[in-house]
Design a protein around this ligand. Structure first.
Ligand SMILES: Nc1ccn([C@@H]2O[C@H](COP(=O)(O)OP(=O)(O)OP(=O)(O)O)[C@@H](O)[C@H]2O)c(=O)n1
Ligand SMILES: O=P(O)(O)OC[C@@H](O)[C@@H](O)[C@@H](O)CO
Length: 401
């Protein structure tokens, strides 16, 4: 964290936060930042961020620099940018990358629709990279769009987990606090450098445990597990309200709630294929179970898939769709149904290209209430595993409960 030169600010642009929270949070954060501002009239503080991303990740031991390593098929740095973009009050983000990775970084920005980003060439050490980023902000030489900030957040591109609160704390402290000898003695090398070369007073703010840095290969696995867990907290069951799908759908909902007592399970009806997905409040949900009871078997699944395809919900995270088919195995054997269900294999390949993981599940719709409960429980276990694992090797498979 460094204090930057004073200057104006341009309107904040929300990043690709799929959440509608951005607006409300922005207002709350803006008032905190205004309060932190020393100027009369509660002017909002001009804040920018520099992300050093010019390292080669030697300790990771893989040829790709760790900031570009895929986590659930999206480069790690994109998660860090996404987390920064939740703080809509950060006006500009300068990402510092090596010349050879400049194009790769441009592609990431374009693909994941990151906003307000400028690229600067890295230096041979982390501190030189940071210096290049700061200089670009100070000189305003990158392009006329960059505004001179009062506070600059410096955040390693390889620390993808943090929330807006810690950013606010650090920014507020940067504005408010003077030097603490203790922090300078026992803080990081950055604080020493700030004092030695810039005579800038610094304050150490305690971070949260999730601020850890991806350094070794095991950290990439940990990051992937954390992300998988975060996006598995909500399941939406989709069914047709007019058919007996509703009844079986609610039974499945109850059992999933019991199996996964910390996970939010909701149910939704899809009224017609053309309806806007936002209207049915499926935002921020990355897991769907479609209940198909009557023929044509895939009506609900197809409706949902076309809605998901139209939306961009799968841009940032892979979406799991489980197409659940209820058959009474006494009346219709799974093998009889197999042929019509084979479409799922081809369809799943298509969906995969859109980052939607489609799985099939046959549940024995037994007339015996106790057996049905048992089958639903087994189905719930399979659904849970599919959602938690997000295994792309299993897409298009028909699992049986
Ligand atoms: N010349 C450098 C070196 C590092 N970094 C960045 O500084 C952050 C933290 O550094 P570190 O974890 O040490 O990254 P690497 O230098 O890539 O890793 P290693 O030391 O294992 O080579 C990373 O985002 C890294 O890309 C940078 O911008 N420029
Ligand atoms: O080389 P290490 O992994 O110990 O740390 C790199 C640090 O310099 C870097 O992460 C800064 O954020 C610490 O101030």
């Amino acid at each position: 964290m460094e204090s930057g030169p004073r200057g104006g600010s341009r309107p904040a642009e929300p990043g690709p936060c799929l959440s509608s929270q951005c607006g409300a949070d922005q207002a709350a954060s803006a008032s905190v930042l205004s309060a932190a501002g020393a100027e009369p009239g509660s002017r909002t503080l001009a804040v920018a961020a520099v992300l050093p991303a010019g390292g080669c990740g030697e300790r990771m031991g893989v040829p790709t620099p760790k900031q570009f390593c895929p986590v659930l098929e999206r480069p790690l740095i994109s998660y860090t940018l996404q987390a920064l973009e939740r703080a809509c009050w950060i006006k500009d983000v300068v990402v510092v990358v090596t010349e050879e990775n400049m194009q790769a970084m441009e592609n990431i920005i374009q693909k994941y629709k990151h906003k307000s980003i400028s690229l600067v060439e890295a230096g041979v050490t982390r501190h030189r990279s940071i210096f290049n980023g700061l200089r670009a902000l100070a000189d305003n030489r990158l392009n006329s769009k960059l505004s001179k900030p009062e506070v600059v957040i410096i955040h390693d591109a390889v620390r993808p987990f943090f929330d807006e609160d810690i950013l606010l704390k650090v920014v507020t402290a940067a504005k408010e606090h003077g030097c603490s000898d203790y922090d300078l003695e026992f803080g990081t090398e950055c604080l020493q450098l700030a004092l030695k070369y810039c005579h800038i007073k610094a304050k150490l703010v305690e971070g949260s445990p999730d601020l850890w840095k991806v350094t070794y290969k095991r950290d990439l696995y940990a990051a992937e597990s954390i992300i998988k867990e975060r996006i598995s907290q909500e399941i939406c069951i989709v069914m047709d309200p007019k058919e007996n799908e509703e009844h079986i759908g609610h039974l499945l909902e109850e059992i999933l709630k019991t199996e996964l007592n910390h996970v939010q399970v909701t149910s939704q009806a899809l009224y017609n294929a053309g309806s806007d997905i936002q209207q049915i409040n499926l935002e921020q949900c990355y897991n769907f179970v479609c209940v198909n009871v009557k023929t044509p078997d895939f009506r609900e699944t197809q409706k949902l898939l076309s809605m998901l395809e139209e939306s961009n919900f799968s841009l940032l995270y892979p979406i799991v769709v489980v197409s659940a088919h209820f058959l009474d195995f006494k009346l219709v054997s799974p093998s009889q149904k197999m042929e019509s269900l084979m479409w799922i294999r081809e369809f799943a390949k298509e969906m995969r290209k859109k980052n939607i993981l489609l799985y099939g599940l046959l549940i024995n719709h037994s007339q015996d209430e106790q057996k049905l409960q048992e089958n639903l429980r087994q189905g719930a276990i399979i659904i849970t595993a599919l959602i938690k694992e997000r295994n792309s090797a299993l897409i298009g498979q028909l699992l049986v409960a």
